[in-house]
Design a protein around this ligand. Structure first.
Ligand SMILES: Cc1cc2nc3c(=O)[nH]c(=O)nc-3n(C[C@H](O)[C@H](O)[C@H](O)COP(=O)(O)O)c2cc1C
Length: 174
């Protein structure tokens, strides 16, 4: 698959089989996360890989979206990192921006390895941080569910996957 084919093949999978993600694949996914660009190369990111049944239960108790993935990566951005944008007194938090770039590397790398994923943004972050105090100082950007897609309908692309504005609507050439 070339890059465009990979980008089009990736979709949000909302039902996974119980098949675990192999360690070697997870290591490659994490390496893809590690090489993501970050503002000022600050790398203000922390990834928590959740695989034990006990901790998965805590994650799934913090979101309405439990798609049954046996691996979840929680993406956190360090809240203390801000960057001056150029304008006086105009600072941009780097946590969500950089976390989103890393998360994008993760979901595309997963697809490249024959896995599927879903980026879940709707998370009760207060609840999650109660379960995992180590996340307290971070903006929780998303939780990414990763695994093997169920052949059932929910495991397959939703109609939203192909509902895009189109390049013309998306773009303005100046
Ligand atoms: C920032 C962000 C937050 C999202 N949050 C959720 C979510 O909480 N639950 C969910 O099922 N999907 C979530 N998604 C997946 C989107 O619904 C999905 O990417 C979109 O509908 C396009 O479909 P596709 O990913 O299959 O191409 C999120 C995606 C992004 C980028």
């Amino acid at each position: 698959m070339d890059f465009l084919e990979l980008a089009k093949a990736r979709y949000s999978c909302r039902k996974f089989t119980a098949q675990p993600v192999e360690d070697e694949k997870l290591e490659k996914i994490l390496e893809a996360a590690n090489v993501a660009p970050t503002g000022g190369n600050l790398q203000p990111i922390k990834l928590w890989v959740v695989r034990s049944p006990e901790n998965l239960r805590k994650v799934y108790d913090s979101t309405p979206y439990n798609f049954g993935a046996s691996t979840v990566i929680v993406v956190g951005g360090d809240d203390s990192t801000v960057r001056k944008t150029g304008a006086k007194d105009d600072f941009l938090s780097l946590a969500a921006v950089n976390g989103s770039i890393v998360a994008t590397h993760i979901i595309l790398a997963a697809k490249d390895l024959g896995l599927d994923s879903t980026w879940v943004g709707l998370v009760d972050r207060v609840q999650l941080k109660k379960f995992f105090p180590e996340m307290a100082a971070y903006t929780i950007v998303c939780i990414i569910q990763i695994g093997y897609a169920s052949p059932e309908q929910k495991g397959q692309p939703h109609k939203w996957h192909t509902a895009r504005k189109g390049v013309d609507a998306l773009t303005e050439w100046l």
